[in-house]
Design a protein around this ligand. Sequence first.
Ligand code: PLP
Length: 460
Amino acid sequence: MQHTLALFQQIVTQLLKDEQDRPVANFIPSNNLFETLDLSLQEKPALEENFVKSLSELVLTSPRTATQAFFNQLFGGRNEKAILGDLLAVILNNSMYTYKAAGPQVGVEKAVLEKVCELMGWGRESAGTIAPGGSMTNFMAMLMARDSKDASVRKTGVSRKMTVYTSTESHYSIPKNAAFSGIGRSQVRYIPVDERGRMVSIELENRILKDLAEGYLPTLINATAGTTVLGAFDAIPELVALGKKYGVWVHVDGAYCGAVLFSKKYKPLVKGVEAVDSFSFNAHKMIGTPLTCSLLLVKDKNKLFHSFANEADYLYQTDEDEFNPGKTSLQCGRRNDALKFWTLWKSVGTEGLEQIVDKQFELAEVARSYIENHPDYILYSFKDSISVCFNYKGIPARELCTQLYEKSKLLVGYGAFGNNEFIRLVTINVQNEPEDILNFFKVIETFVAENELLLAAKTE
Ligand SMILES: Cc1ncc(COP(=O)(O)O)c(C=O)c1O
């Protein structure tokens, strides 16, 4: 093991050094991948030196998600304390289904979940769990909504026409989960949004009424705290009021920006959250832990047990249910994703998490004001969002993003809202400073100046 750990350190040291010189790994076209790297597997063991060479090359050519040139998705950066926790979770390799197999690690998960429930304004009747990503925590919420609407589903399957309400700007996991849950993709109602990407509650109510009149069972209202493209926050109190009026489960998908819970300044963006039935957020997004760490909090913990508990004599042999988190989990064997969040939280305190959240909004403000003060840019996103959407010199966003990627300059993505397609800069990496954000624009401007002809030719 010591030898392997030394090798790990050697490769990581090499990576960290290389990242400083080259924040973007050299682009490898997917159709050349297997000729460029030795990824082949043989019958016989690899020679140690070949093994190390292949592994180092793989590490050094993989996309660099922790540098000041990665803005592509809704995660980025590298938090050392969280990494320490995650590395230890791998070494310990506990499985989180039982206290017998995970011991104090169950306490770590409970401590994290209970503290978040407290921040939600919930007491001991609430509980939570951790799943591999926001798509899965949304799925769990949908299953609980389904089972709450019709308790017989667990036994006999879906037999009634259930409906799910979500905004046109919400994440694609909602229709996907509707298919998984037996509710069905066609029973997802996409509710229009206002000019800032927030669900329009009157449209929601009209649609619920229409469905009731047609004999459907309105089952889940999914609000989004931080829509994937614009970073918009649906107005929770209005949706909760409709949920109560029509007896519909309200879930908040806060995968992207639900972590505003940790910030006194930005928590008002999820005002009313204490009244929802369930809430999820990804610590691997705004909080900056390694992937994946997605938390699901449920106001009434009985709902978690009702939808996810299953007897298994071979597994649950000691301790009460509260200490056997397999009873409230989507999975059986489950890695410990709580430890990385706990090590970070323990080391920086709730105040430190608040600073992590606030800094992202500060960096977004830097980006927005740069764009607003520069005549070659058009801004498409709004205040109180860490998605900064823009176009530069009218160049089609997908063209510019793809060329920046293929020329190994920057990793940034594009998105659309209404009729506009734009570049989406996400200021989620708190290792970045304002100068890194300004440098992002400088890289684009220099690239365009040097490649104007090329871009013009491609976009014609
Ligand atoms: C609003 C929203 N919900 C859910 C998800 C899915 O999260 P995950 O990628 O962890 O499955 C995302 C991912 O970007 C998201 O933006």
